[in-house]
Write a protein that binds this ligand. Structure first.
Ligand code: FUB
Ligand code: ZN
Length: 650
């Protein structure tokens, strides 16, 4: 290339390396100064996701989910709950006592969305909501629409179930995201006023307080990261259970939601979302303090989750009663509670563990929950949501698994904020270079930790295809390490740099490519996404004699509607000896890779069998056929139909 053209190209690269104009571009989790963070996130605005898997999901999020939920907030009186406190409306309060938190999550989702580019209308709607919120704040700083007026006497009385601090946690997260998106501090300052009100009344040496439903803890740590005010971090430590080094626990410790300080927990138990948020908050606390008691507990709990208590989809919380974790291996499919929020909490926790360790297993589990257990929560049209994400449905039309609204509408805005923030989960930097966690058509315009500008462009059809081309464009030739995540599910993975194969690539780890990178370097990653069978530990009694099908990061399922007519879906068994056929179907379920596999239909249809009958050891010969599988996240997007992830096999 001649020199002037080369200069022009470099100038373009430099220009592209300037992040979008967000007022205070910071990562979703700002661990830039966290002593225990090995990795540091990049802002949402630094990553532009192009066409591909997440594009339609993020498009409906902005165009359908966010506006329709705002309308529903209006219809259901959730915004009026603020306006009645400020005197703007004279209406009764409506909804459960934690509705404020849903509005805050929606605002956080809008804030993340604005970090991907301007949306003047959406921003204006959100600003009006912020005005209504702030107008409802008392001069003392107190702000919660339930514990005001007629419910004033209940204020600070019901810490276990009252959600006062839970709501404030969501308010702070929204305020922080809003400030990072727009530079405006109105909501954040209002949240800080409420925190200051609490700090002057509660805590060590004052009245005891605890969160009941964790959430405030992680928000307090992010507030500490945002303001550098150490009192917020200390308060988070107090709420998590005191200081293990001094064996000092707050006097009210017996009231903590789990009944014990975080660092004394040895297993995951109780309400799943609470446990995920508590673990996320504790991981945040560890990242800032380096307190090893917390880290050891986090590792113990994480092992308990992935070895005993997590669904293949990354969903957690198997019991509807108490929305809770069950015993080890208690993972019923149809009864699975697996709240969308719990899968999202799983993502939050893994992200924090990843920042602390740079260990690929955390990102593997994050990816699992992202593509499956959380992704299933939002309908393809963007206006219906799963509260539960079961792994089996009998298909009763009255079992409405997707709904536009729930009285407890925590999941919809949680899904919205996850999708809004998604670009922020693709990369991290470390002192050695750049980590690539997720794959998608995209452009990163950011810089290494020494400040040198860097552009990375990914071209891929991931997860439908396992080939990813990465264009690595440092503004100037530069030595650093590019860490590529090789997912644990990849049975084969290959890397080449500028056409030269690189040896030693291993699944379930970050592959470190250290070299002097120069503009126009190309990396080609090939991950084997051949469909595969997955078996469950035999102690998961419900899955005995069954297999699940996965392809790349996607869990698949059968829906009755796709199966050959005349045989009930539950009467099919997979013929495990057969091969999968994959077919790209652009017009089905938003565009999916459909799988087909040989199967055998029961010789006697189950509907005609007695409930009990004499046992015959060898299975009766059945009728051969072919069954169809679709990605789990797309289930229940058509007419009501039975569905199963775990399929009997022969
Ligand atoms: O309690 C607030 C939210 O409602 C929880 O996070 C969800 O599990 C649901 O119970
Ligand atoms: Zn929820």
């Amino acid at each position: 290339m001649e020199v002037p053209r080369l200069r022009l190209c470099l100038a373009i690269v430099m220009l592209l390396c300037t992040p979008l104009a967000a007022e205070d571009a910071r990562p979703v989790l700002d661990t830039a100064h966290s002593p225990k963070a090995v990795l540091h996130g990049v802002p949402v605005s630094a990553v532009t996701l192009g066409d591909g898997f997440w594009a339609p999901r993020r498009k409906v999020n902005v165009e359908v989910s966010l506006p329709t939920l705002l309308e529903l907030f209006e219809q259901k009186g959730i915004l009026d709950n603020f306006r009645r406190i400020s005197g703007k409306r004279d209406v009764p309060r409506r909804g459960p006592l934690f509705t404020d938190s849903d509005v805050y999550k929606w605002l956080e989702a809008v804030a993340f969305t604005l970090q991907s580019g301007p949306r003047p209308e959406l921003r204006a709607s959100a600003e009006a909501v912020i005005d209504d919120i702030v107008a409802a704040q008392e001069p003392s700083g107190y702000l919660n629409t339930y514990y005001s007026r007629e419910n004033l006497a209940e204020r600070h009385q019901n810490m276990r179930g009252g959600h006062e601090l839970y709501c404030l946690g969501h308010m702070l997260q929204a305020g922080i995201a809003w400030q990072r998106a727009t530079g405006e501090r109105k909501l954040l300052d209002s949240g800080i006023r409420m925190v200051e009100y609490l700090l002057s009344n509660f805590g060590p040496g004052k009245k005891p307080i605890f969160t009941g439903h964790p959430e405030f803890e992680l928000a307090l740590v992010e507030l500490y990261r945002t303001t550098a005010d150490r009192r917020y971090l200390d308060f988070a430590g107090y709420l998590l259970g005191g200081d293990p080094r001094n064996h000092v626990a707050p006097r009210d410790i017996t009231y903590l939601f789990s009944g014990k300080p975080f660092y004394t927990r040895t297993r995951l138990e109780g309400h799943a979302v609470r446990a995920m948020y508590a673990s996320s908050g504790a991981a945040d606390y560890y990242l800032e303090t380096g307190d090893e008691h917390y880290f050891r507990t986090l590792q113990t709990l994480w092992q308990d989750m992935v070895r005993h208590k997590m669904y293949l989809t990354g969903g957690v919380g198997s019991r509807a009663s108490g929305e809770a974790f069950g015993e080890p291996y208690e993972l019923p499919n149809q009864q699975a509670y697996t709240e969308s929020c719990a899968a999202i909490g799983n993502i939050f926790w893994n992200w924090r563990m990843l920042q602390a360790t740079a260990a690929a297993p955390y990102m593997d589990e994050l990816e699992r929950a992202l593509y499956n257990g959380a992704n299933s929560g939002l309908s393809l049209g963007g206006n219906l949501y799963c509260y539960r994400n079961p792994l089996e449905l009998v298909g009763n039309p009255e079992d409405k698994i997707r709904n536009p609204w729930y009285d407890t509408t925590c999941c919809p805005p949680n899904l919205q904020r996850l999708l809004g923030s998604l670009p922020g989960y693709f990369y991290s930097t470390s002192k050695d270079g750049l980590y690539v966690h997720l794959y998608h058509n995209s452009e990163l315009r950011w810089h290494l930790e020494d400040g040198s500008p860097l552009l990375v462009a990914q071209s891929t059809r991931y997860p439908w295809d396992g080939a990813v081309e990465l264009k690595v464009e440092p503004a100037k030739p530069r030595e650093f390490t590019l860490f590529l995540r090789i997912p644990a599910w990849a049975r084969k993975a290959e890397i080449s740099v500028n056409g030269e194969p690189v040896p030693g690539v291993r699944a379930g780890a970050y592959f470190a490519l250290r070299r002097a990178w120069k503009p126009a370097d190309r990396v080609l990653l090939r991950l084997d996404v051949t469909p595969r069978f997955t078996a469950a530990n035999p102690r998961v009694r419900e899955n005995l004699g069954k297999v699940a099908v996965e392809r790349g990061p996607l869990v698949y399922c059968m829906e009755g509607i796709d199966q050959p007519s005349g045989v009930a879906m539950f009467d099919w068994s997979l013929d495990a000896a057969g091969k999968f056929e994959s077919e790209w179907r652009s017009n089905l379920l938003g565009g999916i890779m459909l799988l087909r596999h040989k199967a055998v239909a029961a010789a006697t249809p189950s509907a005609t069998e007695a409930l009990y009958r004499p046992f015959t050891p060898a299975p009766e010969k059945g009728k051969p056929g072919v069954i169809t599988l679709i990605p789990y996240y797309t289930f229940a997007n058509r007419e009501p139909s039975p569905m199963q992830v775990w399929i009997p096999y022969r």
